[in-house]
Design a protein around this ligand. Structure first.
Ligand code: ACM
Ligand code: ZN
Length: 534
């Protein structure tokens, strides 16, 4: 396969037929749309304005004159296989027609149109001497998976609003639709909770940061802090909503909670003072499951989260919970006895069940890391798979559970390109081989995880993220039979031009190749600091 007439779309669409001729965008091109789509017409106009210099006239379809050269956005009843997010585009010499059953499909049609234009259309300044042409074609497109996610961990390093918005813009261009925001961890609490001001007064600040990897004794001696006010969060949710991206907050409990315990030590088993953690790894002090006040705290925090995030879905973490403190704690032991629980693993399930019950009363969907799966789990939270326990995940699917795939070998964006080269990432298949076809629909999709331990700045963040996130976008959208790594690499060269134009850093095609001889040794150094990108 080769790229045809400069058509380089990522993710590769479901079907594409090229015909002869081309549409030329000029100052006289009109944008017509249904009444409900006027905001999207304005969005398209504003995308085209900076580089073309054309301030296109936007009107409703009913005002269209037959001889106008125009871009048309229209809603239709879903007759075929387009589904919720699908769309079609037809381009003739005279018209561009983007049609979809829902606004989101129109939005994705616009993203494809952006990719059909020369990459220079993404510039922020005028490019006067260019002809803005698009080949005539017919295209039908819809996603393979409904869950196409990107996770950003800002607990380990706080980046701030503008960087998050920039990432959301890139997600939109790639038709990614879920932004999972890891806002709390041992090394920082990053979201204002009005009822518990110490979470940010104390929990959002750490004295210094471990450098040189997980087992290094070295610290940078530089304080690190930052958090989002609820107003900031609303601003980001709006930015995401305008790009048809759902924001899913993660409040990671009952482990990964040193920042909570530094703010409110009473919520631990031991009760003594803690510091917000300055090193990586997992920590033995976790929330006490014996104390009622812990549940009261969690419920109050989650209530503010539910009120703030309109997504109706909360990730409650549950990964890597060490149980040593629970074994020694009189409160936890009393709980174990009173509830007739067999062991401390069951205590975690007891904890999770209570949080699930609370969130269910508010009609929330819930996500847990697969570490929390247990046969006594009540309800059917969505399970996010990352490491070990695939057998439990397969069982969960057979029992009707839904799963998001984030296998650490493929989808961890913090891993080196030696451990997870671009080709390996691209060839990730979210549906487990051993899964019977009747359960395939319960695999909602995939999510790429940008863990933040070794990501102190935007340059590193972008370098680790791109181009791998571009590959994950294609896995999430494009039919499996159409995936082809060589063809992807050809299209990628054009996509990278957009990153150049927008000043986004990425690992170049030599850096992402990996080395099959070195890869096995990288397993032993996964927890060391990766270099590159700066
Ligand atoms: C994880 O990487 N602890 C989910
Ligand atoms: Zn306890």
């Amino acid at each position: 396969m080769s790229s045809i007439q400069n058509i380089n779309i990522i993710p590769e669409p479901v079907s594409l037929e090229i015909s002869t001729g081309k549409f030329i965008l000029t100052e006289g091109t009109r944008i017509y749309s249904d009444h409900e789509l006027v905001k999207l017409s304005e969005y398209l106009k504003n995308l085209l304005l900076p580089t073309t210099g054309f301030s296109l006239i936007v009107k409703e379809t009913k005002e269209k004159k037959s001889n106008d050269i125009s871009i048309n956005l229209n809603l239709v009843d879903n007759k075929g296989q387009l589904g919720f997010e699908g769309y079609t585009i037809e381009i003739s010499v005279k018209d561009i027609c983007i049609i979809a059953p829902n606004q989101v499909g129109i939005f994705y049609g616009i993203q494809t149109l952006r990719q059909l234009l020369p990459p220079e259309v993404n510039k922020s300044s005028i490019d006067e001497n260019r002809e803005w042409q698009i080949p005539c074609l017919k295209l039908e497109d819809f996603p393979r998976f409904s869950w196409r996610g990107y996770m950003l961990d800002e607990a380990r390093h706080f980046h701030g609003k503008e960087i998050v918005k920039k990432m959301l813009d890139m997600m939109a261009l790639l038709k990614l639709n879920k932004f999972h925001w890891h806002l709390t961890d041992d090394q920082g609490w990053r979201i204002e909770i009005k009822k518990y001001p110490k979470l940010t007064e104390i929990g959002s600040k750490r004295e210094e940061t471990q450098v040189g990897g997980r087992f290094s004794k070295k610290r940078d001696e530089i304080p690190h802090s930052g958090y989002y006010s609820q107003k900031d969060i609303q601003e980001i949710i709006e930015h995401a909503r305008d790009r048809f991206i759902k924001v899913i907050p993660e409040i990671d409990i009952p482990g990964h909670t040193r920042a909570i315990l530094a703010s409110y030590p009473d919520l631990s088993c031991k009760g003594y003072p803690f510091r917000v953690s300055t090193h990586w790894g997992f920590h033995k002090d976790v929330l006490c499951v014996g104390k009622e006040k812990v549940f009261e705290f969690i419920q109050n925090v989650l209530k503010e989260i539910i009120d703030l995030f309109p997504s109706n879905i909360v990730h409650i973490g549950g990964d890597e919970v060490l149980t040593r403190r629970w074994k020694e704690c009189p409160y936890c032991q009393l709980r174990l006895e009173k509830e007739g629980l067999k062991n401390v693993k069951e205590l975690q399930t007891y904890f999770t069940n209570r949080v699930i019950a609370f969130l269910n009363t508010y009609g929330q969907e819930i996500i847990i890391w697969n570490d929390s799966l247990n046969k006594n789990l009540k309800g059917k939270p969505i399970c996010q798979y990352w490491f070990r326990g695939m057998k439990d995940v397969l069982e969960y699917l057979k029992k009707g559970g839904a799963v998001i795939m984030s296998d650490f070998r493929y989808t961890y964006l913090d891993h080196s390109y030696t451990f997870t080269p671009l080709k390996l990432a691209y060839n990730f298949e979210p549906i487990p081989k051993k899964l019977d076809e009747r359960y395939h629909k319960q695999v909602l999709g995939l999510e790429a995880l940008m863990w933040g331990e070794y990501i102190p700045n935007i340059k590193r963040l972008e370098w680790q993220t791109f181009p791998r996130l571009i590959a994950f976008a294609e896995i999430g959208w494009t039919p499996k039979f159409k995936k082809n790594f060589n063809f992807f690499q050809e299209r990628l060269k054009f996509f990278l031009k957009k990153l150049d134009i927008n000043g986004i850093n990425y690992a170049d095609l030599r850096e992402v190749k990996g080395n099959i001889f070195k890869r096995p040794f990288k397993v032993f150094t996964l927890a060391t600091e990766e270099k590159g990108g700066t």
